[in-house]
Design a binder for this molecule. Structure first.
Ligand code: FAD
Length: 116
């Protein structure tokens, strides 16, 4: 039989979404313009209201209300996003990720050459 794609479940949607979000952080400028900072702010607040897993979206909006999201640099936003992802990891009983390594995972590739 020919394999067919099905609508994503919460896990598949989550993996794809984290890939997009961390990749946005990885390509965000080190010194963003006022326009780029405003775009990121608008994107993330709209995202948190449209994310199509409503319990996830509710909790993420709560996280954004508690932990002010920095948009002033790539590393500040990337760290914040890593911590936000870790908060979900904790909630789901998953291992947390070492946020000093977020750029290796999502931008440069691992220092041991694993993504070459
Ligand atoms: P994922 O958590 O999807 O991670 C993908 C990859 O990212 C990992 O393999 C790892 O290499 C890397 N990674 C892991 N942690 C970090 C980190 N802290 N920083 C950087 N990189 C990291 N699911 C629910 O059941 N309930 C929820 O309330 C919920 N809320 C969510 C909220 C948001 C905003 C998003 C985007 C997803 C949410 N999810 C939720 C989905 C959940 O987070 C996972 O995506 C899903 O369970 C699949 O998990 P996974 O183990 O494949 O890895």
């Amino acid at each position: 039989t020919i394999p067919r794609d099905c609508p994503p479940d919460v896990e598949q949607l989550g993996r794809s979404t984290w890939t997009l979000l961390h990749s946005i952080a990885a390509t965000y400028p080190t010194t963003p313009s006022a326009r780029e900072q405003a775009d990121l702010q608008t994107f993330m607040s709209t995202f948190s209201r449209l994310y199509p897993c409503w319990v996830c979206a509710d909790d993420f909006q709560g996280y954004m209300a508690r932990e002010k999201m920095p948009v002033g640099s790539r590393d500040a936003f990337g760290q914040w996003l890593c911590e936000a992802h870790n908060a979900v990891n904790v909630k789901l009983g998953k291992q947390t990720f070492d946020c000093s390594k977020w750029q290796e995972r999502w931008r440069t590739g691992w220092k041991d050459g694993r993504c070459d």
